[in-house]
Design a protein around this ligand. Structure first.
Ligand SMILES: *Cc1c(COP(=O)(O)O)cnc(C)c1O
Length: 472
């Protein structure tokens, strides 16, 4: 046993503090002259003692608590593991005379983040190539390639790269001439960018409820919320699950509404064999760092409509006339992506099927690790819809928040699902319906979904979940 882990109980607290400072462990065992264990003191204990007006020269024996966790010499590794929890990470081991022999320290210092980009393909090569070519700004052949290859992949005629997914939505709305006085229907459960983009245009968002099974916008609720002012609807393919596009397109036809798909979380998902993002008038993707593929920041608008494409091209580039340089017919924006970002995007796109396959494997593995824990319900598989895994998503039937805190304290970055827009003061006045979204968002979680998640992590998550929900 390391030397500087013990302190005599006759010593002043200051000595214990010095030892902790030296050993950099955050704790010290307190013993008497015969090496009999008297307790354990942590730097937190000393801090609390001092904050309550304690004296640093007080003898350790007057400060140390006689209630502490310890193990016998013959304890098995399994028994030791059961003694640790989110507060107790160190267990002293004593012989039959209660002399300190050893200790067990549980380290959960490896942290598993929720998402991490995969950049181990041609990203660096293409980025270097773009850099050396000096085409580092908003034109260049990687931009053309990225637009063509991504729109090909999703199955649309045209692609237009932009600076992020939020402005992709804004640009799509502007191209459909949506502005003040118009209403745009959005789902209650989504990332806030969906509704923010509507608000930027001056139009009024109308928040409607989601389907219980898919967590995506409910077509029946869309229909009910339509008024004379309704101009468009933005279905979101949430957490990789496609919205019910057949029903939505039918309603849009009937009421003459524009459809903008928010596919920021669903690169590659399919609905009746067609890719999400190939149904609406315009679809919008994000290539933010935590999305299925990334360009750092970035986004794209896809469409089959050449007229809409032309409009978006002009609006994206300051509204400048195509035929007359520095002549502006409309007030435009700078929503451009750089060739450097597109270079990363092209390399990412080369590997998208592999990335998606690996993500699917992660869900499969969580499912087999947690299969018989009935408090955890994984995202549904729905006939006719092929969801992709962006982040492995599930509902927790009870004590969701407590579960997240517990997993976080053990280094597993479990995240809560989005809050319903209708619950936030800035958006709640736009609410039409929100029954399912309120219920489900309180239960939803995302598991870490990246290549650092290995069998050790599945085992750990499985053990922690079994602990938490009292499974043997
Ligand atoms: C990420 C995301 C966006 C916004 O994308 P950014 O590139 O971050 O602007 C929009 N909608 C949804 C549903 C998203 O998840």
């Amino acid at each position: 046993m390391q030397k500087n882990l013990k302190c005599l109980n006759s010593e002043p607290l200051l000595s214990a503090w010095r030892i902790i400072n030296e050993n950099a462990k955050g704790f010290v065992f307190i013993i008497d002259e015969n090496n009999v264990l008297k307790g354990i003191i942590t730097d937190g204990d000393i801090r609390r003692f001092m904050l309550e007006g304690g004296n640093i020269n007080e003898a350790v024996r007057n400060v140390v608590s006689d209630k502490f966790v310890y193990a016998d010499e013959d304890a098995t590794a399994d028994e030791l593991l059961k003694m640790v929890n989110h507060r107790i990470k160190v267990v002293p081991v004593v012989d039959k005379d209660f002399k300190l022999k050893d200790y067990f320290e549980y380290k959960s210092d490896f942290r598993i983040p929720v998402a991490q980009p995969e950049l181990n393909g041609n990203e660096l090569k293409y980025l270097t190539d773009a850099l050396l070519s000096t085409w580092i700004s908003s034109s260049g052949h990687y931009l053309n390639r990225f637009e063509q290859e991504f729109s090909n992949y999703i199955g649309t005629e045209y692609g237009l790269a932009v600076s992020n997914g939020t402005v992709a939505l804004q640009l799509a709305l502007l191209a459909l001439d949506i502005g003040k006085g118009d209403e745009v229907i959005v789902p209650d459960l989504t990332f806030a960018a969906t509704i923010n983009a509507v608000l930027y245009t001056g139009a009024t968002p109308v928040i409607v409820d989601i389907e219980e099974q898919s967590w995506c916008i409910d077509p029946d609720e869309i229909k009910k919320a339509i008024t004379e002012k309704t101009k468009a609807v933005i279905p979101v393919h949430l957490y990789g699950q496609p919205a019910d596009m057949d029903k939505i397109m039918k309603i849009a036809d009937e009421y003459n509404l524009g459809v903008i798909e928010d596919a920021a979380e669903a690169h590659g998902a399919k609905y009746n064999g067609k890719r999400a993002g190939s149904f609406g008038d315009i679809s919008c993707f994000s290539f933010f760092g935590n999305k299925v593929i990334t360009t750092g920041e970035g986004g794209m608008c896809l469409t089959d409509n050449a007229e809409l494409l032309e409009k978006m091209k002009i609006l994206k580039n300051h509204g400048m006339s195509k035929s007359k340089k520095y002549w502006h017919d409309v007030v435009g924006y700078n929503f451009r992506m750089t060739n450097l970002q597109a270079a990363v995007g092209v390399a990412q796109l080369e590997r998208i099927d592999t990335i998606l396959r690996e993500k699917q494997k992660i869900e499969d593995n969580y499912k087999s690790a947690l299969g018989n824990i009935e408090e955890i319900i994984f995202q549904s598989e729905i006939t006719g819809r092929n969801k992709i895994i962006w982040l492995v998503s599930a509902l927790v039937k009870e004590r969701r928040d407590e579960f997240i805190d517990f997993m976080q304290s053990e280094g597993i970055d479990i995240r809560p699902m989005f809050y319903p827009l209708s619950e936030m003061p800035v958006y709640k006045d736009y609410t039409y319906s929100n029954h399912n979204s309120r219920k489900l968002s309180k239960m939803g979680i995302n598991f870490p979904t990246n290549s650092a998640v290995n069998q050790k992590v599945y085992d750990k998550v499985s053990r922690l979940c079994r602990d938490f929900f009292n499974y043997k």
